[in-house]
Ligand binder design. Structure first.
Ligand SMILES: NC(=O)c1ccc[n+]([C@@H]2O[C@H](COP(=O)([O-])OP(=O)(O)OC[C@H]3O[C@@H](n4cnc5c(N)ncnc54)[C@H](OP(=O)(O)O)[C@@H]3O)[C@@H](O)[C@H]2O)c1
Length: 319
């Protein structure tokens, strides 16, 4: 299967390394890569992990027409406010009847229903496992293994930066010191306020609700409050009571429709939500037929994000 990549940063390179390691069993080939500042690369025989980039091809249409891929992999930078340019990349792929896999949650949080319908009309697959909890099979769990199950709601701890900052506050350090620590680990978004103010968690909450509950909501419609007002004093006082805080995402169906919320919640140290520490994340699905079902992802890295993209492509290739 020939692949064209939009974006070749941390995830793109980890994905290329994974493909190289799995080549014998899974013969995927990257034949084109588009970046923003590094230029564009093409080779129908397959590009090496460190390709030589040529002149930047600014037109999305020209890039795809020259690439002639079977599937498009969208790995560009997240724009939490609009979901672009990823949405345009995905639409251009559908217009050419190409399958799409993305790790970029912007399109799922902003335009999932429309994109799903466009993929259906084009007769192609649209997959996005890595958009929430990296490669942990959240969407694929529901798609493949819970037939007939209705997702009534969910509870999640989905943002790693806030986990790290809360632990820093609990150790008596400041919010800024906590943010610096998260930055050193390499998990903050380019603008850390996006994590601290709850926008990243809101985007993931909207993405999960759109796919699992047909919510049709955007991050702007999530009732959101971040952790910017927390202090070391507050966390130390809670610690003395055997309690802590997590930035918790919640979704539930009500008579007035689906409600989405992101809040810093006080929880006992022994609460299952408290087990999401540092870069770990956790999701509990409230289902009608299977009760509450949970998934804990411990200390994932960029290789797990790359694996989610890979697993989506393997699934598409099998079809
Ligand atoms: N890193 C993770 O662990 C992780 C986990 C889950 C999901 N994700 C998502 O995966 C995506 C990629 O993340 P990353 O860490 O690989 O980001 P990154 O290292 O910042 O790389 C982004 C890539 O996108 C390219 N790009 C930006 N705008 C573009 C445009 N308009 N056209 C073509 N290429 C463009 C950049 O080009 P240049 O190289 O020229 O700058 C760069 O190659 C993001 O949406 C992120 O939210 C990441």
């Amino acid at each position: 299967m020939k692949l064209a990549l939009f974006g070749y940063g941390n995830v793109g390179r980890a994905f290329a390394r994974l493909l190289a390691a799995q080549r014998k069993a899974y013969p995927f080939r990257i034949v084109a890569i588009q970046t923003l500042r590094h230029g564009t690369a093409f080779d129908q025989r397959g590009l090496p992990i460190e390709p030589e980039f040529g002149t930047h091809v600014p037109s999305i249409d020209e890039f795809l027409d020259r690439a002639r891929p079977d599937a498009v992999v969208e790995l560009t930078t997240l724009n939490p406010a609009t979901g672009e340019p990823a949405i345009s990349h995905i639409r251009a792929a559908f217009a050419r009847s190409k399958h799409v896999v993305t790790a970029n949650k912007g399109p799922i949080a902003h335009a999932y229903a429309a994109l799903k319908e466009e993929a259906r009309r084009a007769g192609v697959e649209f997959r996005f496992e890595s958009t929430v909890m990296d490669g942990a099979p959240v969407f694929n769990l529901v798609r493949h293994t819970l037939p007939g199950c209705k997702i009534r709601g969910f509870t999640g701890v989905l943002n790693s930066t806030t986990n790290v900052v809360i632990e820093a506050l609990r150790a008596g350090r400041t919010l800024q010191e906590g943010i610096e620590q998260a930055r050193r680990i390499g998990i903050t978004e380019a603008d850390a306020a996006f994590d601290i103010d709850g926008w990243d968690a809101a985007a993931k909450t909207a993405a999960l609700a759109n796919v699992l509950m047909d919510a049709g909501l955007t991050p702007l419609e999530v009732d959101r409050r971040g952790i910017g007002r927390l202090t070391p004093e507050k966390l130390l006082a809670l610690k003395a009571q055997g309690k802590t805080i997590r930035l918790v995402s919640r979704a539930r169906r009500t008579a007035d429709g689906i409600k989405l919320r992101v809040r810093a919640e006080v929880i006992p140290d022994t609460d299952v939500l408290a087990s999401a520490r540092a870069t770990s994340s956790l999701l509990l699905l409230d289902t009608d037929l299977m009760g509450t079902l949970g998934m804990l992802e411990i200390d994932p890295g960029v290789d797990q994000t790359a694996y989610g993209v890979f697993s989506d492509l393997v699934d598409i290739a099998r079809r």
